[in-house]
Design a protein around this ligand. Sequence first.
Ligand SMILES: Cc1cc2nc3c(=O)[nH]c(=O)nc-3n(C[C@H](O)[C@H](O)[C@H](O)COP(=O)(O)OP(=O)(O)OC[C@H]3O[C@@H](n4cnc5c(N)ncnc54)[C@H](O)[C@@H]3O)c2cc1C
Ligand code: FES
Ligand code: FES
Length: 514
Amino acid sequence: MEARVIVNGRIRELGEVGGHVTLLDWLRGSGLTGCKEGCAEGECGACAVLVAREDGPERTRWVAINACLVPAAAFDQQEVVTSEGLGRRYGPGRLHPVQREMARRGGSQCGYCTPGFICSMAAEYYRPGRRPAQAEGPHQAEGPDGAGIPVAADGPRGGNGSGAADDEHGPNGFDLHALSGNLCRCTGYRPIRDAAYALGQPDAGDPFLARLAEPAPAPAATETSSAQGRYVRPASLAEALELLAARPDARLVAGSTDWGVELNLRHARAALTIGIERIAELREFSPGPGRIDIGAALSLSEIEAGLAGTVPLLDEMFPQFASRLIRNGATLGGNLGTASPIGDALPALLALDATLVLASVEGEREVPLARYFTGYRQSVRRPDELIKTIRIPLPVASVTAFHKIAKRRFDDISSVAVAYALELDDGAGETGERTVASIRIGLGGVAATPLRAAAAEDALRGQPWTRDTVAAAAEEMARAGTPMSDHRASEAYRIAMLRNSLLKFYAENQEARS
Ligand SMILES: Cc1cc2nc3c(=O)[nH]c(=O)nc-3n(C[C@H](O)[C@H](O)[C@H](O)COP(=O)(O)OP(=O)(O)OC[C@H]3O[C@@H](n4cnc5c(N)ncnc54)[C@H](O)[C@@H]3O)c2cc1C
Ligand code: FES
Ligand code: FES
């Protein structure tokens, strides 16, 4: 079958793009210059577009992604919508509701970021489960056009689509995190937020809403070559493993949120790129009993939705991991595949005592994550193996926390990350003092690899859960790893953060109890 992409409802030949041409370059080269290149590294969202992804076997979801990071070849037989297509499909000469609200409320000045904002906003506009606040009604403010602009009512945190307005959700259920990967240099975010919060529900006749009721395009087995390399999407895991066995130098690519940066900024090229993010066996999700198996190629957004809060430690980590745009592509397989000491999922998975299922043509083997890392960006994974599944044992510990210390609260790389999984006994003794039944502490950013804070764990296990024991263990935390100074943080700062993190965890736990 000819490699092609359905863009804004029209079929376009993909051509021989190999593995290095990004979706952004391909779209712009096709004349669709609405999507912009701001940074080419996933930071600004000017390149955001919508793609049709499966929402169960029968339905579709519109998902916003960074077109600058992903290979165009990965979209063979897929549907993509750009900002140009949103209005056009709505009717000749008409704006899409998201475009109309942005225009009416002054959400665009130079306009460079606007198409990206429009696409991120449209994905949230069509999110199933987004619904208006139940509790307090919206406050009305006077807008530039004299219209009443609803702004968020104060109230309890609503959660994703819970319908309660708060400082991160509009009265219309709009989750502001949907825009966390979009930067604007001139408008200021108030008018953009106003536009987002003014959106109603899509009309029954909306063509993009109607599309959600149909199945998403199936992944296609793809092969395309250019002078700079070949891109292959195998039809099955078995085919991918055969290919990898024959070419262990091949570059596996899932969400491409790491590899895309290498391609664009470091001009890395792979002779063979193997697209694995749509392989069914890598997208399985099976929760319990006894364990949760998470396919290595599921996006973080899909995992977040699948877990639905059942692993609070991961639930705390997700919003701190990059932006919604990145999480819509990024996978756990990719985070583990880089074996980076500052991958945020890694300390969390260490604290959860996760194991990895590695697959090759020789079969599968299960490796405890605590024994996976062997050195800086090195692991026990052989070049002919891929990560198939991340396995989390159940039940998860009842007290967990994820502390990410970074320069910005959201969308930043960790200087230090600490994940906790703690089980306390019930304190039924004479003093009522609780003791530490079990504790695992995962650390990132303080050594060449992610690691467990073994000495601090030893200092706590079986001990009373008191300020004194925690303070002693915090001194062990401060000695964990081999933190270094770099542009993110000094060695002394990282040491101080390790110590303080444990004290903070204790304080949070005491607070929650009182
Ligand atoms: C703007 C921006 C912000 C970011 N913020 C964060 C952050 O806050 N925290 C964080 O931890 N990371 C962050 N990242 C890094 C990145 O998003 C994560 O590492 C992500 O998990 C990578 O997943 P991916 O599927 O996109 O990986 P890819 O880019 O597809 O692959 C990354 C590497 O893993 C290998 N790989 C992929 N899948 C597998 C597999 N199944 N088996 C074996 N190897 C595999 C690939 O060969 C490649 O070497 C950020 C990146 C960007 C661009
Ligand atoms: S161009 Fe900045 S995120 Fe893609
Ligand atoms: S309107 Fe100029 S960057 Fe956003």
